[in-house]
Ligand binder design. Sequence first.
Ligand SMILES: NC(=O)c1ccc[n+]([C@@H]2O[C@H](COP(=O)([O-])OP(=O)(O)OC[C@H]3O[C@@H](n4cnc5c(N)ncnc54)[C@H](O)[C@@H]3O)[C@@H](O)[C@H]2O)c1
Length: 354
Amino acid sequence: MDKKFRVGLIGCGGIAKAAHIPSYLLEKRAEVVAVCDIIQERAEGVKKTVFHNASVYTDYKDLLKDESIDYVDICVPNYMHSVIAVDALNAGKHVLCEKPDAVSVEKALEMKEAAERNGKTLMVIRNNRFIDTSKRIKEMAEEGFFGEFYAGRCGWIRRRGIPGKGGWFTTKAQSGGGPLIDLGVHMIDLAVWFMGNPKPVAVTGNTFCKFADAEVMNSPESKFGDTVENGTFDVEDLAMGAIRFDNGAVLQIEFSWASNIKKETRFVELRGERAGLSWNGGNAEVYYEEKGKQKNKKVGGNPVKLPHKVNISHFIDVLEGKAEPVFVPDQGIDMIKILTAIYESAETGKEVRL
Ligand SMILES: NC(=O)c1ccc[n+]([C@@H]2O[C@H](COP(=O)([O-])OP(=O)(O)OC[C@H]3O[C@@H](n4cnc5c(N)ncnc54)[C@H](O)[C@@H]3O)[C@@H](O)[C@H]2O)c1
């Protein structure tokens, strides 16, 4: 077998345990040789239970001194993504980083520049692109099945599901925002990717915070992050808005961690000139007309239990020179431009031009 990539896993919390660690157990081309968490027991716990030969660190800067490490996988709170990514790239490592790319456009640009300056690969997780139905829709879009997409809606609207209430998720300085930056990055990315990555030119947005002081239940979807009693909650719990693109297309958006609605939904709906689509929780359907009849057709695909594994394998394919990156940092910069401009629009009450 070819060389195994030596990986430093930084952050051993919710998503590392739910998705990254299970993925590395399946990915034979990579070996986690170092684990790091500021909470020592968490890193020790991962060594004890999974990666028995890994070195344990509490300061990522010490991990970066290990010259044998090829890339780091960053699973820490949002505000630390760019800080650790830039240091890792400067230390000569490739970087795979959890979403969202960064908490400001400036920081996302710093990440891209550090990757270019050091000649290293930077990829931010976009796990929903790696579900079979997503890949098939993307192929159909590229084959011209839908024609140009000119309008759509996307959202992730939870009835209940605030992650780590009172902790870093609900603290603007550490998260960059609420469900818009947490969930928005997933579904806006999928919609914009299906649309062929048109350039965003303007946004409008509104945000609401109605559940900060309320006793609210959680959902299985909100298992991430630690809750902190009487902690900070200075982000929105609902964001709505619209994004306009350079080709005239408009995408409506809605993201919530808590809303008094019947049921949680996670969706992208796009209208093309020839056909439309709905992607809902990983299931997809397309709508069109054929020989004077309306047709609705399910988009096939194997259920993907662990999209992160497919994302990580793709990152390794790129490092091995076997694939062109599906995600490039410019797409992350556009994403953070959209999200931060929606927050600005919500504050000013005005459309924001990008
Ligand atoms: N792609 C997805 O579907 C998905 C899902 C959930 C979370 N995430 C993202 O993953 C990241 C982590 O989220 P989470 O839910 O695992 O949060 P978490 O709070 O459960 O885990 C974060 C871990 O990072 C550790 N940490 C904090 N600062 C650190 C530092 N400087 N160095 C090393 N370790 C540090 C914490 O102690 C904690 O164990 C976030 O950016 C989040 O947006 C992505």
